[in-house]
Ligand binder design. Structure first.
Ligand SMILES: [Zn+2]
Length: 429
């Protein structure tokens, strides 16, 4: 850091300095309402036209960038850790990227690539973790889906049955499996919901689904009772001795999964346990509209999918759909304001703690409200990602991976071809 810069930082109050370090100031003008009959030359909401449609020139730029980044990623993956099978940083994540590209392109080659990568993953499973993102459930679930699409029914069934066998360690009362999404039961629940969505609801029997949901609910109830919080937050969770709030390790991620209609959580559980717990989290919100990373953390610093508003927003949007109350949507919209201001991250362009992951918040809001402002903002964050590598961001440890690196950015860019079908991988359904 240069002398001039450090002098400037000293002049700022501490939180401002912190913000300045973690994100870039957003250089883009915000969306402005526009008269649809306005002159076509009025480009104030570029890349959206006066009718709110994405310009073909912008779409072409995105397509070209996807091709360019895919090439760089393939080259970079030649030196990636051969034993990392995970969806988070390993081979399964790359398979998920190609599955998504296949959905958009319908090119057989993309499905073939997905197969090659998921096979690499399933060959090196280690039986240590049960979640979709970091455990064996991810490769097995993705394997079941890829084989199903290729009509390799025997292989698909084999992956599915191995996935279902993992429930024994998920449900075992003396297991030390946590509840959060990244390593825990919510991550296993996601795997079950993902295969049900892709293969048909009959792929996972209701008894299994119900046992996993019950295990998550009971664990939250008992920890809440232990902490004497049953009144205020009836479902309380911790990970590594911290009561995290965000999507990756915390309560927002767990509640988000429990709110999924396909999880078939009993309406009484939703209204008496999940809803008051969500309301408890809402009260922990910072004045800025952002959320703390954990209940013990008072500083308004992180604006990532894993910690902060970009993860919590998905829970709020789901709560709005399930409980039909406007306060959830209102707060989700306020999350989007924070993300717009502080979401161009110095940590990079990835989806766990990078700009692309933050941009998914706008797409999710757009899907629900159809407001062009959110589509515009998601395009502007994509525009930032088109200049991949030019902002002097930190290089992640696994620079080509789905959750930390380039594969995640490519996946996000590919969503712009069909924003209504966009879906945060390993999280949204
Ligand atoms: Zn992260």
């Amino acid at each position: 850091m240069g002398a001039a810069m450090s002098k400037r930082l000293k002049l700022l109050s501490a939180p401002e300095a912190e913000m300045e370090e973690r994100s870039f100031p957003n250089p883009y003008p915000d969306w402005e309402p526009q008269d649809p009959s306005a002159d076509a030359a009025d480009q104030r909401n570029e890349p959206l036209d006066a009718e709110g449609k994405m310009s073909p020139v912008f779409q072409k730029k995105v397509q070209n960038k996807i091709k360019d980044l895919l090439q760089q990623m393939e080259e970079g993956l030649k030196t990636a850790d051969p034993h990392d099978f995970s969806a988070y940083t390993g081979w399964t994540g790359i398979a998920l990227l190609y599955l998504r590209l296949h959905r958009v392109s319908q090119e057989a080659l993309h499905l073939q690539r997905a197969l090659e990568y998921v096979k690499r993953a399933t060959r090196v499973l280690n039986g240590r973790k049960v979640s979709f993102l970091c455990g064996d459930a991810g490769p097995l679930a993705v394997g079941a889906v890829v084989h199903h699409k290729l009509e390799n029914q025997a292989e698909s069934r084999d992956c599915l049955s191995r996935l279902l066998q993992l429930q024994h360690s998920v449900l075992s009362p003396d297991s030390d499996v946590p509840d959060e999404l990244l390593y825990g039961r919510a991550g296993y629940l996601y795997a079950l919901l993902y295969v049900s969505k892709e293969l048909g609801a009959e792929a996972v029997d209701e008894a299994t689904l119900s046992k996993v949901v019950t295990a998550i609910v009971e664990s939250g109830k008992s920890f809440s009772a232990e902490q004497k919080k049953s009144e205020r937050c009836p479902l309380l969770y911790q990970w590594h001795q911290k009561q995290y709030l965000g999507a990756a390790h915390g309560m927002a991620g767990i509640y988000y999964l429990l709110l999924q209609p396909a999880a078939k959580v009993h309406p009484d559980v939703l209204s008496e346990l999940v809803r008051p717990s969500i309301d408890y989290i809402r009260r922990k919100r910072f004045r800025s509209g952002n959320f703390p990373s954990s209940l013990s953390n008072e500083s308004d610093r992180l604006v990532h999918w894993c910690h902060g508003a970009p993860g919590v927003i998905h829970m709020l949007l789901m709560a709005h759909q399930v409980f039909k109350e406007d306060k959830y949507l209102k707060e989700a919209t306020e999350c989007a304001e924070v993300i717009w201001l502080r979401g161009l991250l110095r940590k990079g362009y990835g989806i766990c703690h990078g700009t692309a992951g933050n941009a998914y918040a706008f797409l999710s809001l757009y899907k629900l409200t159809q407001e062009k402002k959110h589509l515009y903002r998601s395009c502007k964050f994509a525009e930032w990602c088109l200049a991949y590598g030019t902002h002097g961001c930190r290089i992640p440890d696994r620079p080509y991976s789905l959750f930390e690196g380039m594969a995640g950015t490519i996946l996000y860019l590919s969503e712009l071809a069909d924003p209504q079908a966009s879906c945060f991988p390993a999280f949204e359904l």
